[in-house]
Design a protein around this ligand. Sequence first.
Ligand code: HEC
Length: 130
Amino acid sequence: MKILLIALLGLGIISQTLPETSLTNANVAAMPADTTKKDPETGLIVDENLYMVKAQCTNCHSTKLIIANRFTRDGWKQKIRWMQANHNLWELGDAEKPVLDYLEKNYSPTASVARRAPLKDIKWYKLDQN
Ligand code: HEC
């Protein structure tokens, strides 16, 4: 019984002395930096169709509702239909395609949240294998 108690105490001391902070720092360092450009006004990812989304999607609610969601192109289309049916969203007309292009590209389930910029000018070299 005494031995068990000592063992348990020992475990407690060991787990307390583990360098926890260095572990979490390593995890942070291993995460890719978020180099995606964000529009300072809305927080939305910058691309060529952003202006259309700003024109059509920022009048009624925060863009946080967009940023927090991931839908497929069809899913976004359904959301738009749902807002049109229930929340007085207007017909987007010609704007619908660029808006969906934008949402699919940047806020689909497969769009990476933290995507680093592609590497440029990589100089490959041969490893000497002796
Ligand atoms: C005419 C007003 C209006 C416009 C314009 C508008 N929405 Fe909405 N949207 C709403 C309302 C109202 C809600 C519900 C808000 C709530 O639940 O608090 C909503 C909710 C949402 C949600 C959350 C849906 C959910 O399942 O919770 C998303 C995502 C969204 N809108 C995206 C968009 C996008 C993308 C556009 C541009 C095409 C857009 N909205 C334009 C009125 C609008």
